[in-house]
Ligand binder design. Structure first.
Ligand SMILES: NC(=O)c1ccc[n+]([C@@H]2O[C@H](COP(=O)([O-])OP(=O)(O)OC[C@H]3O[C@@H](n4cnc5c(N)ncnc54)[C@H](O)[C@@H]3O)[C@@H](O)[C@H]2O)c1
Length: 249
């Protein structure tokens, strides 16, 4: 038995990469999982794998940048499991463009996914958290601190997400809801290759990381589990920089 046995954990972006790893970590510890992704094939596969290996997981196809999809996400969660305990906000996108290359459409898409997407998901479940307590974990990025990592829209969206996280921590802390963020950098997953597409650029990058390796999906999953665990509820409104000591040297 763990703190998460019988609990319900929703992870956006759980069809691939970091979100998928986070979903598996909670499933391993007994939670039922709601896999949210706009990629139907990947999301369904992820939910099927979790159900086969652990306990029931459902897939909800939703684009987090659509507020109505977030409402449906909540309906499906309650239809299947009747409760929500933790949400992990992971779905995110990045492009590697300079300001002159960034179209208004691209700017809006990044903000709509990485920032408004967080808000819509939180809003859909807000009243449930008021009554049932629980925890929220935001997947930010070291980019919120450094300004790097995928064109200016990306760090702008991630810094906005951290502001949202800190505001929610103040608002929901008195209601018994834990809200924190993880700021990963250089995790061996989908978005890493947007900025470092070649083996050579990746090798150079490793020399800038004090622990001399890329972070792994499991590193982020372990931190997400730690922050969501009610045993660690005195940590509130914080961002854990998960970067192998690359950013501050
Ligand atoms: N990989 C890294 O080095 C790194 C570093 C810092 C932060 N992050 C953050 O971690 C998160 C996951 O990154 P990843 O590397 O695992 O990426 P990934 O591309 O491997 O996975 C992202 C998942 O989110 C889904 N998704 C994207 N937009 C969506 C939308 N609008 N609605 C629903 N689902 C959507 C995708 O289909 C995909 O399954 C992102 O928020 C990213 O900003 C990653």
């Amino acid at each position: 038995m763990s703190e998460f046995t019988g609990k319900v954990v929703l992870v956006t972006g759980a069809g691939n990469g970091i979100g998928k790893g986070i979903a598996e970590k909670f499933a391993k510890h007994g939670a039922n999982i709601v896999v949210v992704d706009y990629n139907e094939e990947a999301g369904q596969k992820s939910a099927n794998e979790l159900t086969k290996k652990y306990q029931k997981a459902i897939f909800v196809q939703a684009d987090v940048s659509d507020p109505e999809a977030s409402v449906r996400m909540r309906e499906k969660t309650f239809e299947a499991f009747g409760r929500i305990d933790t949400i992990v906000l992971d779905a995110g996108i990045a492009y590697h463009d300079t300001v002159d290359q960034i179209s208004i459409e691209e700017w809006n898409r990044v903000l709509a996914t990485n920032l408004s997407g967080f808000f819509y998901t939180v809003k859909a479940f807000y009243n449930d958290f008021l009554t049932n307590k629980g925890s929220m974990v935001f997947i930010s990025s070291g980019s919120a601190l450094t300004g790097t990592g995928g064109g200016v829209a990306y760090p702008a969206s991630k810094a906005g997400g951290e502001g949202l996280m800190r505001g929610l921590a103040k608002e929901l802390g008195p209601k018994g809801v834990n809200v924190n963020a993880i700021a990963p950098r250089v995790i061996e997953s989908g978005l890493l290759t947007v900025n470092y597409p070649t083996k050579e650029s990746q090798k150079k990058l490793i020399d800038q990381i004090a622990v001399r390796r890329f972070g792994q999906v499991a590193d982020v999953a372990n931190a997400a589990y730690f922050l969501a665990d009610p045993d660690n509820s005195y940590i509130q409104g914080q961002t854990i920089l998960l970067d192998g000591n690359r950013s501050i040297r």
